[in-house]
Design a protein around this ligand. Structure first.
Ligand SMILES: Cc1cc2nc3c(=O)[nH]c(=O)nc-3n(C[C@H](O)[C@H](O)[C@H](O)COP(=O)(O)OP(=O)(O)OC[C@H]3O[C@@H](n4cnc5c(N)ncnc54)[C@H](O)[C@@H]3O)c2cc1C
Length: 471
């Protein structure tokens, strides 16, 4: 029995309804909701946590990785608007492409308010009510189904929310799966997902002293004060040598650090936080299944134990940490990938590495293939197929559910293979996908078109009119 079959739909009154229901208010979802509302749609954004911004806020994931197209930002209009707010707030202290997560969430809420998005927080989508659809291109040429309502688990029980067009921005593709859509998960052979991480911030650091220590190591690629620009930075990863590695090894040998802390460790600055640093670790090669509640529990519990030990390590082996303390730990797990939903077109490794161009392009990117993990999983590779136009493109069709006729998907769970997903998951691309899905949802809500009947060129054209700087 499907876990949602226990929902008694007949016993549920409609709690809320809207033309466009966006499920998940993270990097993709907040942008989808704002974009749809800006296009004039009546939009409800349903988010399971108590804030907007998803991983960028709750999992402390920053800075924005850039799309790495030489000389061009290639961002969506809404991303540019968000970046303008961050820039204005920080003034001279602004760090290119970086942001304070708390501020990021507040600015998303401002943008939702200004565009008339209605928001339901603390509502976890846990069921989808299906009915027969209108289009004929479904599985085995049968009619596709459509979602007419979602069940949302709230503190006082389950509530029903009705809508016309739905956008799945849950990261895990949960709405799609609840609606019966097909999906893939993990590496094609091993089915293993990439490792999860639990990120944290440390405050009370004397950055002058730490900067001198880092510069004294003579390895500016992996340890630097940032006085020459770009901010303070430190890095130890399993696959590369760095001047900090012997320091870590010594601590592991003495029992002052657990070996897994060396798998992937990075340290960098947070704009506007005078003595604060962000850490993109610990990362656990054995915790990879984001849809397994027990693994998520392990991640939070083990993660916090590692973070405490890492702070003691900095105090003993680094300089500048005498008065340092843990100021924030991710309240949600750091999930790089879980499910990838079947869509009308699914982006492949060949598309990414071959820098393939497409019709209906909603995002241009040149970010490397970035598969985290140990042997059999790790892969880093640069797209390089088109030296004249060095980027690949994501088509609108990657956002159109293959199985459910009134459903769009945006964010890290779009239709892409394992390798392609490792590049397209960066936040700037998720922002573009969200904006495209929101525009498409509004177009469908205002017409008789279904997402699969829209021309991607029309969506891309509207993105450009709204300030996207794609070519
Ligand atoms: C450890 C780590 C480091 C990373 N580093 C970087 C980096 O430095 N730079 C970069 O650009 N990218 C980085 N990424 C990638 C990037 O952060 C993510 O891929 C991106 O944020 C995903 O956006 P999303 O909107 O798809 O998902 P999310 O931002 O995770 O949003 C999903 C939202 O849906 C909500 N939700 C989930 N299920 C439900 C439900 N059933 N009902 C209602 N709401 C639900 C969640 O609470 C969440 O708010 C990193 C990722 C990780 C995990």
């Amino acid at each position: 029995m499907n876990r949602q079959d226990c929902i008694d739909w007949n016993g549920l009154e409609t709690y809320l309804s809207a033309e466009v229901i966006v499920c998940g208010g993270g990097s993709a979802g907040a942008f989808a909701a704002i974009a749809a509302a800006r296009e004039g749609a009546d939009v409800l954004l349903v988010e399971s946590q108590g804030y907007l911004g998803g991983s960028a806020v709750g999992a402390l994931v920053m800075p924005y990785m850039t799309v790495r197209v030489p000389g061009e930002p290639r961002c969506s209009g809404l991303h540019n608007e968000l970046d303008r707010r961050i820039r204005e707030y920080h003034g001279e202290k602004y760090i290119e492409n970086s942001f304070d997560p708390v501020l990021h969430g507040i600015f998303l809420e401002q943008m939702c308010r200004e565009n008339g998005v209605r928001i339901l927080l603390h509502g976890c989508v846990c069921g989808a009510k299906m009915e027969e659809g209108m289009s004929m291109e479904g599985r085995e040429s049968a009619k596709k189904e459509r979602i007419c309502a979602v069940a949302v688990a709230c503190r006082d029980g389950i509530r029903k929310i009705e809508g016309k067009i739905f956008v799945d921005c849950t990261g895990d593709g949960s709405l799609s799966v609840l609606a019966g859509a097909r999906f893939e998960a993990g590496h094609p052979k091993t089915k293993m997902n990439q490792p999860m991480s639990l990120r944290y911030f440390v405050d009370g650091v004397d950055k002058e002293v730490l900067g001198d220590f880092l510069d004294s190591l003579g390895d500016p690629d992996n340890a630097r004060s940032g006085r020459a620009g770009g901010g303070l930075f430190g890095c130890v990863v399993e696959k590369r040598d760095s001047a900090l590695k012997p320091v870590f090894r010594q601590a592991v040998a003495r029992g002052d650090l657990w070996e897994q802390s060396m798998a992937y460790w990075t340290m960098f600055e947070i704009p506007g936080r005078k003595d604060g640093l962000a850490f993109n670790n610990p990362e656990f090669f054995d915790l990879t299944d984001a849809c397994d509640p027990l693994q998520l529990t392990q991640l939070q519990l083990r993660g916090r134990a590692f973070i405490y030990k890492e702070l003691q390590f900095y105090k003993k082996y680094f300089k500048g940490f005498e008065n340092a303390y843990i100021s924030a730990v991710s309240v949600v797990p750091g999930i790089r990938e879980s499910r990838r939903i079947h869509t009308k077109y699914e982006l492949t490794a060949m598309d990414v590495l071959g820098q393939r161009k497409c019709r209906g392009c909603i995002s241009q990117c040149n970010y490397p293939v970035d598969v985290h993990g140990g042997e059999g999983l790790f892969r880093e590779e640069l797209p390089k197929g088109d030296p004249e136009k060095p980027w690949y493109e994501i088509p609108y069709d990657c956002l159109v559910s293959a199985d459910v006729e009134n459903l769009l998907v945006a964010g890290r769970c779009i239709g892409a293979d394992f390798v392609a997903q490792s590049s397209v998951r960066i936040q700037i691309c998720c922002h573009s996908m969200g904006e495209a899905a929101g525009i498409a949802a509004a177009m469908c809500a205002a017409s008789r078109f279904l997402p699969g009947q829209l021309d991607g060129e029309a969506v891309a054209g509207r993105m450009k009119e709204q300030g996207a700087d794609f070519v």
